[in-house]
Design a protein. Structure first.
Length: 136
């Protein structure tokens, strides 16, 4: 059983994220700390110029509210974190910062581009310092 479980959730695939929350509850030890995480991709400066002011902040706020709703619907106490940056780097940074001993991450079926670049889940698996459960 694990004491600290990190569950990154892609807001484009919330159903998979909710399923992973239930897995975290099963794999967690008594009183385990479960952290729901979403990474909002940084907007490059050259692109941000043409976007409405405060778009990134609004995205972070709405994502935080959605994650809190997922946590409340589960009926368990969970920490919620929303960060900006590149997904796999940020997931690994948060796992290290929170001393996670398990990351439960969803994965999609790989496409051709994933064989050349690697998906977020594949990069997390290769570089994590803790156990990683990939759910497909």
């Amino acid at each position: 059983m694990y004491k600290t479980i990190l569950v990154p959730i892609d807001m484009a695939h919330v159903a998979a994220g909710k399923a992973n929350v239930h897995l975290a509850a099963r794999y967690g030890a008594e009183g385990a700390k479960i952290i729901l995480l979403n990474v909002v991709e940084d907007i490059p400066n050259w692109a941000a110029i043409d976007l409405p002011a405060g778009l990134l902040e609004k995205s972070v706020e709405s994502t935080q509210a959605e994650l809190k709703a997922i946590a409340e619907a589960s009926g368990m106490h969970m920490d919620v974190a929303v960060r900006t940056g590149h997904s796999y780097d940020t997931i690994l940074d948060v796992a290290k910062e929170k001393k996670a001993d398990l990351i439960i991450i969803a994965s999609h079926r790989p496409g051709l581009q994933d064989y050349f670049l690697g998906s977020t889940a594949a990069k997390v698996v290769r570089h994590a310092n803790c156990s990683v459960l990939v759910v497909r």
